[in-house]
Design a protein around this ligand. Sequence first.
Ligand SMILES: [Zn+2]
Ligand SMILES: [Zn+2]
Ligand SMILES: [Zn+2]
Length: 280
Amino acid sequence: MKIKFLGTAAAEGWPAVFCNCENCKKAASLGGKNIRTRSQILVNDDLLIDLPPDTYLHKLAHGLDLSKVSVLLVTHSHMDHFYPMELSMRGCAYAHGMKSGKLRVFSDERVREGFLLAHRFEKFADGVYRALEWNILRPFERAETENYEIYALKARHAPSEKAMFYLIRQGDKAFMQCNDTGYLYEENFEFLDGLGIGIDVIALDCTNGKLTFGKEGSHMGVAECEELVGRMRKSRFVKKNTRFFVTHFSHNGAMTHDELERRFAPLGVEVAYDGCEAEW
Ligand SMILES: [Zn+2]
Ligand SMILES: [Zn+2]
Ligand SMILES: [Zn+2]
């Protein structure tokens, strides 16, 4: 199993699209791992988590063949995770030689609504529309695709919808993506402990960097991540060699990539950057 972090920023990107703050200027001048696009993760080469407006940029930057993607998991409807109009380019005159004809999309109701709004605004070609198979998931439901078992978990985020994060299992390997959630609800620990799956790689939300909004916030920062990693390491779903990553960073969190690495090193937590990969 392999994951690639295609984008590791919060909604505004970093440097942020319209921003002129010191943190954005610093990121721009340092370059490299400090340049972060909107959040997206590719699992192997056929499953995408989220569809941000930077998807096309990710294809160019990493030379991806997105025609292979047969499963799309959408965490929630925020613009940095779901840009539905992009789907209108998936087939007919806009995309030839598709390696996966059908795209199975999994999301909550609101994301599906967003897609239907986009379709009403600028009608998708019939063939493109028909190639999208939409599946509504709710927290703690399980779905199965040809290559994966998917478990939806309950995010502390976007209260106007049922935002989710996902555990993805392939054979005896598993990856859990936990971005765009605040500190995990207790129900998630209970559910995950009950599943009996040992997770190999876990990615955590670290939007707030050095800022902290406590355990009730809808994102985490360094302090919450440190506490959560400690808590997870005592749980049944984390193994001795489970790898932890932090991702989804905002300019307001004000920590450069190097500063984040120095802070997380003692805990053995890795700091994701655009293009960062893990394989196991
Ligand atoms: Zn986000
Ligand atoms: Zn900024
Ligand atoms: Zn969000």
